[in-house]
Design a protein around this ligand. Structure first.
Ligand SMILES: Nc1ncnc2c1ncn2[C@@H]1O[C@H](COP(=O)(O)OP(=O)(O)O)[C@@H](O)[C@H]1O
Ligand SMILES: [Mg+2]
Length: 491
């Protein structure tokens, strides 16, 4: 028997064996043995095709041949070669000759839709390899990401995908983002409206440096609070801080700037305090991205590069110069090199960022609103526990007030007392929550992002059984603070 006939015979034996195992073959009444179907076998470049003789199907009905469970069992019998039965008038059994030759190539575009967002906290989907999805943990293993590649390769799209996925899953009480976009065009209106902004988007190098310093200030504030609470990891806190992600679209802007030293510090020290980093660069030369930065990043994602030296500079390996289309990336993840088709976000964040939902849960209890107002009107902005306890006797105990003071301080709503006798002070942010919408006074220093503060958010995505708790409306200070923000679930 020549090798090709041998191959055809081998597959056919597997097919008949599967039919027998499923009890589809009938015994021959007189001669013994079983009645088997007959077919003409043809070998093509990629597949073997068995055209069944419809007169000699051995009594196996058509619907049995078309049963996908049967195909799956045949596939297992044929060492993973795909099997399907086509029904174009007559029946034909098709077998892929190479296990896996029928696997589809990665599509050029895979859109970011709500269904793509992984449910686990702070996890985002980078995209797909041929084997399946690739997930990043922004609060853990992938908390400091470097991404590079030449203009138009997909860096900004990737950053936007990360931001949008986190914003859709987490309210501002769980996730906040600081964006440095010196190109001024990439993070437009849609991003300026996000309720999760830590501060307004920085569009110049000077503003960017200030924002980076502000993020580092927040990290130091957290460090001090955690030191006094005796907690070493932010996620162990009774009320954890929101994850704070610093995104710098073009890190090279800061390569000769003090902002880079601060960024390195954030990369080095942010982990314990819930401060993560996402850095992009179009010019990934060794001089642009210092070894110090690279040493402190936990993960690198390369998009298409012009030379292998650029690929080396980003991921420490050649290969990214061979990526042949935007959105395709190379990264060392889960212990191996992976080629990933990253998820595509619509222009300027597309519809997704527009639909980041906003909670209606009031930020403060009525009595808390009264406390803030009294502190502002009668105590000169001081949150003096003793005085408040007196004034609100019967409504809230001194003990509860003490706890509230600690909690609000942790949140950044009250200043830390400068010494043992000084009371904490109400911040502008808390003041804004205690006043009716429209009367809030917000200054750039303490409020969480005021850009586009009076613009209405657009419609809301389906959020499962919490949908009724979600409305559209103007963004108020209370919403920005996002207390009790429901975590949307995508069904
Ligand atoms: N994941 C993707 N899938 C498909 N196309 C993409 C993807 N990312 C980017 N692109 C295409 O490449 C263009 C440039 O992407 P962008 O993220 O702005 O690149 P960069 O920031 O690297 O200059 C986009 O407008 C889009 O057409
Ligand atoms: Mg870009």
């Amino acid at each position: 028997m020549d090798p090709q006939t041998g191959e055809l015979a081998t597959y056919w034996r597997g097919i008949l064996g599967t039919l027998a195992q499923r009890g589809l073959l009938h015994d021959r009444p007189r001669q013994g043995g079983t009645v088997v179907p007959e077919a003409d076998g043809y070998l093509f470049l990629d597949r073997a095709v068995y055209v069944l003789d419809m007169q000699r199907l051995a009594g196996i009905p058509r619907e049995k041949w078309l049963d996908v469970a049967l195909w799956a069992q045949m596939r297992a019998a044929l060492q993973g070669r795909r099997v399907f039965v086509s029904d174009g008038g007559g029946l034909a059994v098709c077998v892929a000759r190479q296990p896996g030759t029928h696997v589809k190539r990665l599509p050029n575009v895979i859109h970011l839709t709500p269904e793509e967002i992984p449910p686990k906290a702070y996890h985002v989907k980078l995209g797909y390899t041929k084997r399946g999805p690739v997930i990043l943990d922004l609060a853990g293993a992938h908390r400091a990401i470097l991404t590079g590649g030449w203009s138009g390769a997909g860096k900004t799209n990737f950053m936007q995908s990360v931001i949008i996925q986190l914003c859709k899953k987490h309210g501002p009480a769980e996730f906040q983002v600081a964006i440095v976009d010196t190109k001024e065009v990439d993070f437009g209106e849609t991003f300026a409206r996000l309720p999760n902004l830590f501060a307004p988007i920085a569009h110049t190098v000077e503003d960017g440096a200030r924002l980076i310093a502000k993020v580092e200030g927040e990290r130091e504030r957290r460090q001090a609070l955690m030191a006094s609470a005796g907690v070493a990891d932010w996620r162990r806190l009774d009320e954890p801080f929101p994850l704070l992600l610093l995104v710098i679209d073009e890190a090279v802007d800061f390569s000769k700037h003090a902002g880079m030293d601060v960024t390195i510090k954030i990369a080095r020290k942010g982990r314990a305090f819930g401060v993560s980093l996402l850095l992009g660069t179009q010019l990934p030369s060794a001089s642009a991205i210092s070894p110090q930065i690279k040493a402190n990043m936990t993960c690198a994602v390369a998009f298409q590069c012009r030379t292998y030296q650029e690929s080396m500079a980003i991921i420490g390996s050649s290969g990214a110069q061979d990526l042949d289309r935007p959105g395709l990336a190379l990264a060392f993840l889960d212990g191996r090199w992976q080629r990933i088709q990253t998820l595509r976000v619509g222009d300027d964040g597309g519809d997704l960022a527009d639909t980041v939902s906003v909670p209606v849960t009031p930020a403060l209890e009525p009595v808390e609103v009264e406390l803030v107002r009294y502190a502002l009107s009668d105590l000169g902005g001081c949150f003096t526990i003793g005085r408040l306890a007196e004034q609100f006797a019967g409504q809230i105990s001194k003990r509860a007030l003490t706890k509230l003071g600690q909690r609000w301080e942790l949140r950044g709503w009250l200043t830390a007392p400068t010494n043992a006798v000084d009371p904490r002070r109400v911040t502008d942010e808390l003041a804004a929550l205690g006043l009716p919408p429209g009367q809030g006074t917000v200054s750039g220093d303490t409020v969480i992002g005021v850009t586009g503060g009076d613009r209405a958010l657009k419609s809301v995505i389906g959020t499962g059984d919490r949908a009724s708790e979600v409305v559209t409306g103007p963004v108020t200070g209370a919403m920005r603070a996002g207390v009790g923000f429901p975590v949307p679930t995508f069904s």
